[in-house]
Design a protein around this ligand. Structure first.
Ligand code: ZN
Length: 376
């Protein structure tokens, strides 16, 4: 099947949940899929071999971070990100829009692009939609994202309106730059667009409709998880996903926690990324089938059972809660890797469980069972 093909395999008879398959130059991805976040060309603490071991189908990296460090000269000399980090499966890159608006300082935005200072050394840079495409060509990601303004929350309707229209204009320019350019490393790349509009239903609707008119092989819902209440996230998805084409993958950016995956899939979302499994893991928090576990707690000092008896990950197969608790207290870095591996495995298996439940048309029942046990 041609690269970029998205095949819906099974649709739920009870809600908008669906399972599918997306074809990329580095292999097919079955959906719903959870994408581990490897911002700086590494999913923190774990190697590419370990990512394969926990079943990761695709990872996410970031154009802003890689552009600043190591820089595109080194990226090109390495032959692209796949070779650089020894990862031969699909990679999706965020365009840098979100990071420029959340990390960089002294931003000056005009219709042309954004001037900003690096959060690393204060150096001055100018990003445009064309530049974001060029950077992602040099990275060689399988899925590139359009450059957009990630609308802050809260903001006025007027601001969100202008911001959404700017992102639309930039999406057009990204597509033009994408069509006029070509891949650098011999494999085809895809360009996905991002729907904005903050918490305003009319703006979300307009953004979705006009972005779809430009026509992309996949659509993300952006500007979510930026501080707004969870109901606002779900309500934005309720507005947007029915307006997106059935035959294209949908990606909820920056989402989610285990419970969020169910809510989003129910509304027709196929792809997710979130730093929580890895970041929380490094802080001692594990997701388990019976809810969150904080391994630092004294109750685990003498608990010689596995982190999650229902989990088949390398951590749960080999190590006890007592051992993980000890490593954390002794500040041994091994614990960061063991908890990260477990949390990644948990999220990846959760996406598998969700997919299986769609394929046996028992999504809502499986959702209820999971949430009851997980304790949300
Ligand atoms: Zn585990």
């Amino acid at each position: 099947m041609p690269i970029g093909t998205f095949e819906v395999k099974q649709k739920s008879s009870e809600c908008a949940a669906r399972s599918g398959k997306l074809v990329t130059a580095h292999g097919s991805i079955t959906t719903p899929v959870f994408m581990p976040v490897g911002t700086q060309a590494t999913v923190k603490t774990v190697s590419s071999e370990e990512l394969r071991l926990v079943g990761s189908q695709i990872i996410l990296s970031n154009a802003y971070h890689l552009y600043l460090r190591p820089g595109m000269e080194i990226m090109e000399a390495a032959g692209g990100l796949h070779k650089f980090m020894s990862w031969d499966k699909p990679i999706l890159t965020d365009s840098g829009g979100f990071q420029i608006f959340s990390l960089a300082t002294l931003r000056r935005i005009n219709s042309e692009g954004v001037e900003f200072r690096s959060h690393i050394d204060g150096s001055k840079h100018f990003f445009t939609p064309e530049k974001a495409v060029e950077v992602q060509r040099k990275i060689g990601s399988d899925i590139m994202m359009c450059f957009d303004e990630c609308t802050p929350y809260p903001c006025t309707h007027d601001y969100a309106d202008r911001s959404m229209k700017l992102s639309l204009e930039w999406a057009l320019r990204c597509k033009k730059a994408f069509m006029e350019g070509s891949p650098l490393y011999g494999h085809e790349q895809l360009l996905f667009a991002i729907v904005q509009g903050s918490v305003f239903r009319d703006l979300r609707r307009e953004s979705a409709e006009r972005t779809v008119e430009i026509d992309f092989p996949g659509y993300a819902i952006g500007g979510l998880s930026v501080g707004e209440p969870k109901e606002e996230i779900l309500s934005a998805l309720d507005v947007v996903t029915p307006l997106l084409p059935e035959s294209k993958p949908r990606y909820a950016m920056g989402i989610g926690m285990p419970e969020d995956l169910w809510e989003c899939v129910e509304r027709g979302v196929d792809m997710f990324d979130c730093v929580m499994p890895t970041r929380n893991g490094r802080n001692g928090q594990a997701f388990t089938s019976r809810g969150k576990v904080n391994i630092k707690n004294a109750e685990y000092l003498r608990d010689f059972g596995p982190l999650d008896p229902e989990c088949g990950c390398p951590t749960c197969k080999g190590y006890s809660r007592a051992y993980l608790n000890h490593l954390f207290r002794a500040q041994e870095i091994l614990v960061l890797r063991l908890l990260t591996l477990h949390n990644l495995y948990f999220m990846i298996k959760l996406a598998d469980t969700i997919r299986t439940s769609i394929e046996s048309d028992s999504f809502l029942k499986a959702k209820k069972e999971f949430l009851n046990k997980y304790g949300v």
